[in-house]
Design a protein around this ligand. Structure first.
Ligand code: ARG
Length: 594
């Protein structure tokens, strides 16, 4: 049989199936199959018998023994190359025989094979991912790093694991700030040139000017309100100014996206939904889900506001403001409906800062009630939130003037620092290659990887030294390891994949450990994809690089014995492909040399 791509999952299903026929366990039994925490005990463990025995007041070791006997009688375990035993108080341990490890390594040689194997996880599910979704008319700053980096990694992960994905950039292009901006543009008679590289900086300066004016002078504030009202009622002049501002902003964002290799399928900003919110108000009111309170249309939730910053004074979800205008909530509700009806979404994933947990909790609760009342199937709704980037001093990072650090200056600084590092390490590489190819690649990769390594819900401290180091769990380290594995083939005059015929199963401890690590990719992918947690993949890649280093230190690859050489070349080729594919999944393009 074709080896299982994801043995932990397949084994779980098998144990479930066999246990269902045992009176003492039955169909409700959860075997809890996991990759083993300690590889000395095997590759996988099933811990579920303990809880089941406790509930049935049975002896756990006896029960585990019964289950094991039934599993062995069924026959699949042996075919999958799995040896099993009862251990401790009633665990089942499973170990893959070396031949089974070799079969996996041979059956899943490259990204295409892994993608096929992993696609069962989401099985063609239609997912819409909402990122990086910045607010317009502002330059991108350090606060935009995480939605770009985490959003792109999560998107690639979802796609790799079998989602039919639509990337929808839900930009904030319909805020009240446009009144002030239009006022300032008009006062100056400023001509917005979309092609000018400083257009967005100019807009930002105008906005600052306008808002200072509005603060100081009530008449100006009134004028800004009037401009906004005109825009909202469709005045052609103001609409043109607004459109041009959004275009300037999108062009500037695109220049940043390009440097991060980010591409979205759609840009449907908040403005797109301005004629779609009435239906939301109507349906919510018709079904008695929303009520007018203090002039605003609101939805109350009895459910405890888990994330609310106002936990003790429960606040309603305001879906239409007192003045009749729409807001973030109404727009997001209309957006869900659009994604379901027009994009066929079965799942929607939102990537934002953790400070929006409150909003998304209320949004999801409202959507659930609304869809139920209207008889629509509710898509799965997930908020992939992240913590804050702190400066090296542990406080929010800011420039000396107190403004947020621009994202472009972070990229430029990372690139400059990467250039110095590579020049120090590999002075013989041509300068043009170091400057134009290697430095920007490593610089952006370092920023990106440092942002992915900590579990996304944690805050982390920004550190140039740490992210650019060639040791530790960093981008330069992994990129360098990937280059080193490739050099094995370059030195042998072979391409990865060549010279594998006649390979025997792994034998030495280093070979076995590396083969098991390679196979562990399927479980790491599974875990990263289920929780939408890219850091699981970072940890995995770092471990894989470590397993390779130990293997390489103790096992000469280009030995004379053909079978040994072939199996070692196969392990090297797989490591090379996996390191590179894994980096790509995170959004990092590997290098040929550095
Ligand atoms: N524009 C928002 C912000 O910058 C993020 C939007 C996230 N997406 C959404 N559908 N609410 O905070």
């Amino acid at each position: 049989m074709q080896p299982w791509f994801n043995p932990a999952r397949e084994l779980d299903a098998l144990v479930r199936r066999v246990a269902a026929d045992l009176p003492a366990l039955g169909a409700a039994f959860d075997p809890q199959v996991r990759p083993a925490t300690d590889l000395r005990h095997g590759d996988f463990q099933a811990n579920g018998v303990l809880a089941a025995a406790k509930a049935a007041k049975a002896n756990p070791r006896d029960l585990a023994g019964q289950l094991l006997a039934a599993l062995q009688a069924e026959g699949t375990l042996a075919k999958a190359g799995l040896e099993a035993e009862v251990a401790g108080p009633g665990f089942l341990n499973f170990r893959l025989a070396p031949a089974a490890l070799a079969a996996w390594v041979a059956a899943y040689p490259d990204a295409e094979a892994w993608r096929k194997g992993a696609s069962a996880l989401l099985g063609g599910r239609k997912v819409v991912i909402d990122y990086p979704s910045p607010n317009t008319a502002k330059q991108m700053h350090v606060g935009h790093l995480r939605p770009i980096v985490i959003g792109e990694a999560v998107a690639r992960l979802l796609e790799f694991c079998g989602a039919r994905l639509t990337r929808d950039n839900h930009i904030g292009d319909w805020g009240t700030n446009f009144g002030i901006l239009i006022l300032a543009i008009k006062r100056r008679g400023f001509v917005l040139d979309v092609a000018s590289p400083t257009a967005l900086e100019d807009l930002e300066a105008l906005y600052k000017e306008g808002s200072a004016l509005a603060k100081a002078d009530p008449a100006a504030l009134e004028a800004a309100r009037a401009e906004l009202a005109q825009l909202q009622s469709g005045d052609p002049g103001n609409t043109a100014l607004w459109e041009r501002s959004v275009a300037v902003s999108n062009a500037a964002c695109q220049r940043i996206y390009d440097q991060f290799g980010l591409r979205t399928d759609l840009i449907l900003g908040e403005s797109f939904y301005r004629d779609k919110v009435d239906r939301v108000y109507r349906e919510l009111a018709e079904h008695g889900l929303a009520e007018v309170s203090d002039g605003a249309l609101v939805v109350w939730h009895d459910d405890t506001p888990r994330y609310s910053r106002h936990a003790e004074t429960k606040l309603p979800f305001i879906v239409r403001k007192k003045d009749g205008s729409s807001n973030y909530a109404s727009t997001d509700l209309a957006t869900i409906l659009h994604r379901v009806e027009q994009l066929g979404a079965e799942e929607i994933v939102y990537v934002t800062d953790g400070r929006q947990q409150d909003h998304f909790q209320q949004l999801f609760l409202t959507a659930a009630k609304w869809f139920k009342a209207t008889g629509r199937p509710l898509p799965r709704l997930r908020h992939v939130w992240f913590g804050t980037i702190l400066g090296e001093d542990g406080k929010a990072i800011k420039t000396k003037s107190g403004d947020p650090v621009r994202l472009q200056s972070l990229i430029d600084e990372a690139t400059a620092k990467a250039f110095d590092k590579v020049t120090e390490k590999s002075p013989d590489l041509p300068e043009a290659e170091r400057r134009d190819l290697i430095a920007p690649r490593i610089g952006v990769a370092a920023l990106r990887y440092a942002d992915l390594v900590p579990s996304r819900t944690m805050d982390y401290r920004f550190s140039w030294d740490k992210m650019l180091a060639f040791e530790g769990n960093t981008a330069p380290y992994l990129l360098y390891q990937a280059v080193r594995v490739r050099s094995v083939f370059r030195n042998a005059g072979l391409r990865p994949g060549q010279g594998e015929a006649g390979a025997t199963p792994p034998e030495t401890p280093g070979e076995i450990a590396l083969a098991r690590k390679l196979l562990g990719f399927s479980a790491a992918l599974d875990e990263a994809c289920s929780g939408l947690l890219p850091h699981i993949l970072c940890t995995y890649l770092h471990d894989l690089a470590g397993a390779y280093s130990s293997f390489y230190a103790d096992n000469k690859v280009l030995v004379d014995e053909p079978a040994v050489r072939a199996r070692r070349l196969a392990l090297c080729a797989r490591t090379s492909a996996l390191l590179e594919s894994g980096l790509r999944l995170l959004g990092i393009e590997p290098l040929e040399r550095m």
